[in-house]
Write a protein that binds this ligand. Structure first.
Ligand SMILES: Nc1ncnc2c1ncn2[C@@H]1O[C@H](COP(=O)(O)OP(=O)(O)OP(=O)(O)O)[C@@H](O)[C@H]1O
Ligand SMILES: [Mg+2]
Length: 359
């Protein structure tokens, strides 16, 4: 924490600098392998997002970190030490769940101070911490409100304050924003990130929302069927996905037909660009994956027809068709929307960037 940042409760800053890791962790439930040899480290102070489709093992992984469950094999490490024998209550991890999990009969302050009461801290310390933390999450003055008197977003703020009150070494968030509406979700994303950065508390956040993962995390771990597909900073993951699965999961992709050239290049739409992924001998037809913003669309009599145009604020998303070819999705700057209305004919080219070879 720097001296210029807002004053933070000392109670909430003790967690700085903890490293947590999965070392070849598997978790098997009967015939179901929920985690299959997962190795992954969250660095001290980092926000690591676990991203993947439903059922890929995200919650299972988080529960193993929290100590609510134990690996079938492999180990969970905190600052390099195997914590298999350490019960959840002794792991000093704060957790926020998807559904509002506040105690309905306690007001906001008592909810926040609950963990301190369990730890037998005195009344005045509990009150001070609760007031400071509610302030931190933007709920100063709401100490006496009960959960049913607060909105979903406010309840999740209280849940966050409650998780932070015990000065956790690690903060664990399981889809904390998924029950909230879009506007509140975006606001809270920014706030959780601000608080997490200021406190420097190592955080592992589970989500199946790629936008949430990319916008909040220092690094994103993409999981598939209990395995790690790729772990990388958001921009790397988006620009240089390691697999077709990752590419498709972290955004929209066009599938274009291309022909391999020598030297790891491919020809797409008369343009020769570098290709990531498995290199193949020349003159083979392959599919390449291209982001909507990597296509250049212009009004022209070149066979493509705009079939749909959806205004998205800063950009407009077009769909284009040409007989015998797959539909394309392209993003153009919003001020060009009028140039390419539905029914317009267009040319499509490619920005000179590496493309990912699919199959
Ligand atoms: N206690 C359990 N008993 C049996 N199977 C379980 C148990 N917990 C999880 N599983 C199975 O393990 C797999 C992974 O579940 P998990 O809850 O970790 O997925 P997830 O990635 O969090 O999914 P979601 O995005 O839907 O929350 C699923 O197939 C699930 O049915
Ligand atoms: Mg889950």
């Amino acid at each position: 924490m720097t001296s210029t940042s807002t004053k933070l409760p000392a109670s909430a800053t003790a967690g700085k600098g903890t490293m947590v890791a999965f070392d070849d962790v598997s978790r098997v439930f009967g015939a179901m392998t929920a985690l299959d040899g997962l190795s992954l480290t969250a660095q001290p102070g980092e926000l690591l997002a676990l991203l993947g489709p439903s059922g890929c093992g995200k919650t299972t992984a988080l529960r193993l970190l929290a100590g609510f469950d134990r690996p079938t094999s492999g180990s969970v490490l905190v600052d390099g030490k195997d914590v298999s024998g350490v019960p959840a209550s002794k792991r000093d991890m704060g957790m926020v769940f998807q559904s509002y999990s506040l105690f309905p009969t306690m007001n906001a302050a008592d909810n926040v101070a609950f963990g301190l009461k369990v730890r037998r801290r005195g009344g005045s310390e509990r009150r001070t911490t609760a007031v400071e933390l509610l302030e931190l999450v933007g709920l100063g003055g709401h100490e006496h409100k009960y959960p049913h008197q607060m909105s979903g977003g406010q309840q999740q703020r209280v849940a966050l304050a409650r998780a932070l009150a015990i000065a956790p070494r690690v903060l664990l968030l399981d889809e904390p924003l998924s029950a909230l509406d879009a506007k509140v979700r975006e606001q809270l994303r920014e706030e959780i990130r601000r608080i997490q950065t200021e406190l420097g508390v190592t955080t592992v956040m589970v989500t199946h929302d790629q936008e949430e993962a990319l916008s909040m995390a220092d690094r994103v771990a993409v999981m598939k069927a209990g395995r790690l597909e790729q772990c990388a900073p958001p921009a790397d993951l988006y620009d240089r996905p390691a697999s077709v699965f990752v590419a498709e999961f972290v955004g929209t992709m066009n599938h274009l037909t291309a022909v391999t050239q020598s030297g790891g290049m491919v020809r797409v739409f008369d343009l020769v660009v570098a290709a990531d992924g498995a290199h193949r001998p020349p003159d083979k037809e392959v599919t390449v994956l291209v982001r909507p913003e990597a296509l250049v669309v212009a009004p022209a009599d070149a066979g493509w027809i705009v079939t749909s145009s959806v205004f998205r604020g800063a950009s407009t998303r077009l769909r284009l068709q040409r007989p015998g070819e797959r539909e394309l999705v392209a993003d153009i700057a919003a001020h060009r929307t009028g140039e390419l209305p539905v029914g317009a004919t267009a040319s499509v080219a490619l920005l000179d960037r590496p493309v990912l070879v699919g199959s």
